[in-house]
Design a protein around this ligand. Sequence first.
Ligand SMILES: CC/C=C\C=C\CC(=O)SCCNC(=O)CCNC(=O)[C@H](O)C(C)(C)COP(=O)(O)OP(=O)(O)OC[C@H]1O[C@@H](n2cnc3c(N)ncnc32)[C@H](O)[C@@H]1OP(=O)(O)O
Length: 273
Amino acid sequence: MSQYQFETVKVTIKDNVAHVQMNRPKSLNSFNPQLIDDVRNAFTALGKDTNVRAIVVSGSGRMFTAGLDLKNNTISASKSGDLARLTYSKRAHLKEFQDAFTAIEGCSQPVIAAIHNGCFGAGVDMVTACDMRYCTKDAYFCVKEVDIGLAADVGSLQRLPKVLGNQSLVRELCYTGRNFYAAEALQHGFVNRVYDSQDELIAESLKIAATIAQKSPVAVVGTKHNLLYARDHSVPEALAYTVTWSSAMLNTEDIPKSVEAFVTKKPANYSKL
Ligand SMILES: CC/C=C\C=C\CC(=O)SCCNC(=O)CCNC(=O)[C@H](O)C(C)(C)COP(=O)(O)OP(=O)(O)OC[C@H]1O[C@@H](n2cnc3c(N)ncnc32)[C@H](O)[C@@H]1OP(=O)(O)O
């Protein structure tokens, strides 16, 4: 039995690649508290699993996700207590939601989002925390929060501008809540590629993950870590950080192994981190 057992998330691992499937198809994988907890716990655990070298996340059923579970909305649910206590408990709840997606961004291995059909609200928060995005031709994205009376607060407003690099487009999407379809997402670099069907999307995403899983884990983990650092720091700061990181990681056996693989024309077999 897999060590990864969750109520609303299915995790399968094959050849060092983990596939995380959100599994609430009847409510279109909308985020209820259980799904939020399961996503956070799954990615926190997978991030520490040195047998896993790349991760694909997808949604089961007919849509990637319909966003926040509007029928089980615990964020605006009233509780008893004074204003400070109410506010404090809301803050803690919201932070747990944020942490679920930050666990994706922060997990050591690259995470690929494989999106089919709708990706609403919290789904955009989720996929902007992933390293790469691929989708089907029927996919569409919607920063829907404006339509339910809130400013997106679990990552889209912070990460979407970094992913798209186009403030004007980001603001249009966030202020209007309009659908952003696959072709436009491809044109603006929000997704890397568009596939005809969900089967093809999953197969190709797993293939990309398998390619990453065959590389040196020291190199891949270091690349993710340093790219993330560079995104949030100046070039001189990030260079200074990388020089320290690499001074340690250059001691890896993976470099001579890679050179040997090149010379002998045989694939390198890297050990786990
Ligand atoms: C608060 C801080 C943290 C995070 C905040 C995040 C904010 C957001 O995520 S905003 C986005 C919220 N989501 C939405 O506004 C989408 C609402 N859903 C729809 O508009 C439509 O359902 C649809 C996604 C466009 C799909 O439409 P359709 O194909 O016609 O299917 P339906 O019959 O409407 O839905 C099937 C089934 O799923 C249930 N469902 C759909 N969306 C949600 C949802 N977000 N939460 C809970 N349940 C949902 C829908 O009620 C149907 O259930 P039945 O039992 O069959 O009626």
